[in-house]
Design a protein around this ligand. Structure first.
Ligand code: SF4
Length: 169
């Protein structure tokens, strides 16, 4: 009997992404969000959510080992960005992915989670993730009418003043 490979559910991935972190990264697109940024502002997510275009993509299962192999064979990438929609609304899959990279692949490369939550809203998840080294968060809602700014932690421009990067471990 063969064991089924462990999988996570994504809209897809980009093998190389140069815009969300200071290091070239593999980008994983997680498929869920409550669309809090829009509903809190009384807006339709389609109007303001910069990730809404992903919603029409098919959700597929990706074996963790295959994702790792894509990363391992790429000579340019040296970090991962977990984005989406809202990766922390798929926390079980985020946990599976990070556990695989740290505990099975034995890689300590930077992992950046692009979340719309603020740290005080996800304290339980941050406490769990602190077990791993080199975990970063991009925190904060998307708000309309604010300026982009450079974030020193992530080394890239973020979409508005409410967003900021932190290193949690
Ligand atoms: S958290 Fe991200 S995907 Fe969700 S509503 Fe905000 S910008 Fe859109």
């Amino acid at each position: 009997m063969t064991n089924k490979p462990e999988v996570i559910r994504l809209h897809g991935y980009l093998e190389e992404n140069l815009q969300d972190y200071k290091k070239a990264s593999m980008f994983l697109a997680f498929p869920k969000c409550s669309f809090k940024c829009a509903t809190e502002q009384g807006l339709n997510p389609e109007e303001i959510c910069q990730n809404y275009f992903n919603i029409k993509e098919q959700i597929k299962e990706y074996p963790l080992f295959e994702l790792y192999e894509v990363y391992r064979k790429n000579p340019i990438t040296e970090a991962f960005v977990l984005g989406g929609l809202e990766p922390l609304d798929s926390f079980d899959d985020v946990w599976s992915f990070i556990s695989f990279i740290r505990d099975n692949a034995l890689l300590e490369d930077d992992i950046v989670i692009y979340t719309g939550y603020y740290p005080e809203e996800i304290k339980d998840k941050i406490d769990k993730l602190k077990k791993f080294k080199n975990i970063y968060l991009k925190c904060g809602r998307f708000r309309i009418g604010q300026e982009r700014h450079y974030d020193e932690v992530l080394g890239v421009n973020l979409a508005n003043e409410e967003q900021f990067g932190i290193k949690i471990s």
